[in-house]
Ligand binder design. Structure first.
Ligand SMILES: [Zn+2]
Ligand SMILES: [Zn+2]
Length: 165
């Protein structure tokens, strides 16, 4: 299989739970077959460290505007879209086989954005607990204030539970 970004020959690479095809000595990008990327796209998932820095050739210039064909399906042009967890990362997905192409460095960005999402979730939960405690305390002293806070908690609770997975 050849690299969809720079045409270099891709090399099979075993990393933890996944087997990928990496553009070693080329642009440093990585090909993931369908359902493989999700095994290593979160920071706590081990074995992917060697995928974070594929040794490439710094002389290789990647044309990001070029139409990229799936290295597996060969004739199918991949769809370029923002990653669901990090809109700053643009991934190429094959509508034929469901595989993903990531340019050099993108896997690290995706893994870090998962951590940020978790941190946001924990932070929201902590705020909610604090509001609940304050509201209980207020209930004894200021019924009107307690009513206002209770409404705020209901709103935040709804927002929290609507958080996309
Ligand atoms: Zn390449
Ligand atoms: Zn494909």
């Amino acid at each position: 299989m050849n690299c969809p970004a720079c045409d270099h020959l891709l090399q099979p690479l075993k990393a933890g739970p996944v087997m990928v095809d990496a553009c070693i000595g080329g642009c440093g990008g990585i090909w993931f077959d369908a359902f493989e990327m999700q095994k290593v796209d979160e920071e706590h998932e081990p074995g992917a460290e060697q995928l974070l820095d594929i040794p490439g050739d710094s002389n290789v210039q990647v044309d990001y505007d070029r139409k990229r064909k799936c290295p597996r399906c060969e004739t199918v042009v991949m769809l370029r879209h923002a990653h669901k967890d990090n809109p700053a990362v643009t991934v190429d997905e094959c509508p034929g086989c469901g595989g993903f192409w990531l340019d050099a460095g993108e896997l690290g960005l995706i893994r870090r954005s998962h951590v940020l999402t978790e941190k946001k979730r924990a932070h929201t939960q902590a705020l909610l607990e604090q509001l609940k405690r304050q509201s209980l305390a207020a209930l004894h002293h200021q019924p009107e204030e307690a009513k206002r806070r209770s409404h705020a908690i209901t709103t935040i609770n709804a927002f929290f539970h609507a958080w996309p997975e």
